[in-house]
Design a protein around this ligand. Structure first.
Ligand SMILES: Nc1ncnc2c1ncn2[C@@H]1O[C@H](COP(=O)(O)OP(=O)(O)OP(=O)(O)O)[C@@H](O)[C@H]1O
Length: 457
């Protein structure tokens, strides 16, 4: 069905159903007679516009069932335009419905010209809003990288600045945070973009093979070396060489890599010739290199060479707003890929996505969404489809007062810290007067913090 022309009519009177169907014949009509049928039809077809009779069974003389149906519809599909239809002496319930989020109301008896006009305007507005949301969505794409959070926008600005340079870059971040994607983004924005991008994962190749994989070998270098073979570094000539999981590079190979980085020269296994190579190097790891250095598992001199510029990629759970932004974009991508109708997250599923800690970061999000798109046959992806049950302390409240209070407390604590607990400086940083700062400290019960700190000064 063409969802742009789909109209759900929720009406319990069979005579009126017939009349409406007849007078609204330019739309594809779905009929429902009660709340359960309406919600089922909504989940299945996701119409853009709904007309909803407020007097529904079991008590058609009362608007309570109609208002409850409206509430459920708007929870499931907040962008749907609902036009409530009431008896001609029931203006107060109609206004109550609009206050709850209905798009408009219409009083019986039905004048099909007027109703047609209201419905047509609702469809137009719905389409405009839909296009606007799509535009907003597009603005957050930077190639394949989706980022809206301040944390990732800082990372992206850094990527833009360092990409055109020759600097060696070290990308640090948990597994699945997008290190390889960022390495490719740096390459794509560099003057080397038209040359090869070659990646080697140190953790995925057995130690005995890694050296020949990186540096290549001459014929006869070892049993089985029947032809001269170039290493991956040589294949990256003119382009970018990405060494993933550098923390897993065996210590014996670290010296050879260091020489290559310092002199940009390699020697194939079993060879004597020094081969100059022009590559830019980007490395990545999820491991704490400083700890490895302390345990003598990683060379400090190599670390300093690799980290001319290092970029910390924050885990997904710390990126404000990115989970839903990436989730929505991936959902759209997978629906297109599977050639299924566009799907959306049910509100409780969106909340569950935000609350989950994502230990596997974006890769885990990708896997859960791929699975949900394939297995769910509804328009709405539910929490069950996502297989997310665990609630974590990462739960982000939605209540604006709670969110504002938390933001105020965090800003005050940071400003106090930056200013060494100097009240004038803290007020200046926060852009408030001293008396306002004192009342904020009182409001959030933070006076002890400042007394305690002042005692220590
Ligand atoms: N910001 C993002 N927007 C969209 N997709 C992303 C983003 N970050 C990562 N991805 C996707 O998530 C997946 C994992 O990313 P990637 O392989 O770059 O992570 P990684 O940190 O290198 O992982 P690992 O440490 O396990 O190698 C990829 O499919 C990548 O395209």
């Amino acid at each position: 069905m063409n969802s742009s022309k789909l109209l759900l009519i929720v009406e319990d009177d069979p005579g009126l159903q017939k009349q409406l169907k007849w007078s609204l014949d330019q739309y594809e009509i779905i009929l429902a007679s009660n709340r359960i049928e309406a919600v089922t039809a909504l989940r299945r077809h996701m119409p853009n516009v709904i007309t909803l009779d407020l007097g529904l069974p079991p008590d058609p003389t009362n608007a309570s069932e109609g208002l409850a149906t409206l509430k459920e519809i708007l929870e499931l599909a907040p962008h749907t335009k609902v036009i409530v239809v009431t008896g001609n002496d029931d203006r107060s319930n109609a206004i109550e419905a609009v206050a709850q989020g209905a798009y408009d109301f219409y009083q019986k008896p039905i004048d099909s010209d007027v109703l047609n006009m209201i419905i047509s305007r609702a469809f137009n507005l719905q389409a405009l809003e839909h296009d606007f949301r799509n535009l907003q969505q597009q603005q957050i794409f930077t190639g394949d990288i989706i980022a809206t959070s301040p944390q990732m926008l800082t990372v992206m600005r850094m990527v833009e600045r360092i990409a055109p340079t020759q600097a060696t870059v070290l990308l640090l971040g948990e597994s699945g945070t997008g290190k390889e994607l960022l390495a490719k983004a740096i390459h794509a924005r560099s003057p080397r973009a038209n040359m090869p991008f070659v990646a080697v994962n140190c953790a995925a190749i057995p130690e005995t093979l890694l050296e020949s994989e990186l540096f290549g070998y001459e014929k006869g270098a070892f049993t089985g070396a029947v032809t001269q073979t170039k290493g991956k570094i040589e294949y990256a000539e003119g382009g970018t060489f990405f060494l993933d999981e550098i923390g897993d590079l065996p210590i014996a190979l670290q010296a050879k890599l260091l020489r290559f980085i310092q002199e940009r020269i390699i020697e194939r296994l079993g060879g004597r010739k020094e081969i100059p190579v022009d590559v830019r190097i980007i490395c990545a790891t999820h491991r704490n290199l400083q700890n490895l250095i302390d345990q003598n598992l990683f060379r400090a001199d190599l670390y300093y060479r690799l980290s001319e510029i290092s970029i910390e990629i924050p885990p997904l759970r710390e990126r404000e707003g990115d989970i839903i932004a990436i989730g929505n974009a991936l959902l759209k991508r997978y629906c297109e890929h599977n050639q299924c109708k566009e799907k959306r997250f049910a509100p409780e599923a969106a909340q569950a996505l935000e609350n989950y800690a994502w230990p596997g970061n974006i890769r885990e999000l990708e896997n859960k969404l791929k699975r949900a798109v394939i297995l769910s046959d509804n328009y709405l992806i539910t929490t069950d489809d996502l297989e997310i049950s665990e609630q974590t302390e990462n739960s982000m409240p939605l209540n604006l007062k709670t969110v504002r209070d938390a933001a105020e407390v965090s800003a005050i604590k940071r400003a106090l810290h930056y200013s060494d607990y100097n009240i004038s400086e803290t007020s200046r940083l926060l852009g408030v007067t001293r008396p306002t700062l004192y009342s904020l400290l009182e409001k959030h019960d933070l006076q002890d913090l400042i007394r305690h700190q002042l005692d220590q000064v």
